[in-house]
Write a protein that binds this ligand. Sequence first.
Ligand code: SF4
Length: 305
Amino acid sequence: MNERLTKKIEQLKEQRKAVILAHNYQPGEIQDLADFTGDSLGLSIQAAETDAEVIVFCGVRFMAETAAILSPQKTVLLPEKTAGCPMADMITAEQLRGLKKQHPGAIVVCYVNSTAEVKAESDYCCTSSNAVEVVNSLPEDKRIIFVPDQHLGQFVAERTGRDMVLWPGYCTTHVLMTADDIRAAKAKYPDAVVMAHPECTEPVKELADELLSTGQMLKFAASGRAKTFIVASENGIIHALKKQNPDAEFIAASGRAICPNMKKITVDKIVASLEDMQYRITVPEEIRTRAERSLNRMVEILPSK
Ligand code: SF4
């Protein structure tokens, strides 16, 4: 990024008392200019803790909504209004209400990759880092409805052995990676450790050595247990992995694992966002308070993560 733009962003941030958050799947140059980078849990907590008045969320809509839910007194901006998450849009609040009617007494756990309305209909929220712990913390005699990601849900059901009803949603990017991609990468890099995100399909996960959220991938790579890694996740994470571990090698399991929505944010759009205070993401108060309850319950279970 050129010096003129860097200066401009710094000036605008000061003028607006703004902070820039970038998800691990953002383009490398956006990650580099952000004040904080991380996964959904880390960013949603940082968004709540910062004393900035404006949060520019470089990610997709549900992430900016999550920041707005946790920080109602702040202005939350999404630099590109069409940056959404197809998986989050695979279940509506009405569909979830229907599912709850079919399974009375079940506890609803929603992945943070969901709309504010779906969070409001849920008992607990979780991320891919803490989904297993959240489900393990729930009463053992209760059935659990898990939405919207069937693949993360499957992973949690296997790890916890719990009776779970899974909604058939999926990440349109993570399902593009195939078992053949992993086999081909392993044949080329036989000593590499395969790290796969739980949003991947089951055949991909079966071939992985480690199933990890993006935040967990960063920690695992930093532990120095290997020097070469095959990464089955959205390819933006490779920028963060390389930056933190310059001596290690990270190979994308598939060149197709690029989320088009995550790549909609550009430096120019961040400038426009700060200049024109666009696009403001708000959540109606009645939905916000109910959604906040499910997010707070997650944070209360795992205060230190
Ligand atoms: S990578 Fe998948 S889950 Fe994440 S924003 Fe893109 S479509 Fe949604």
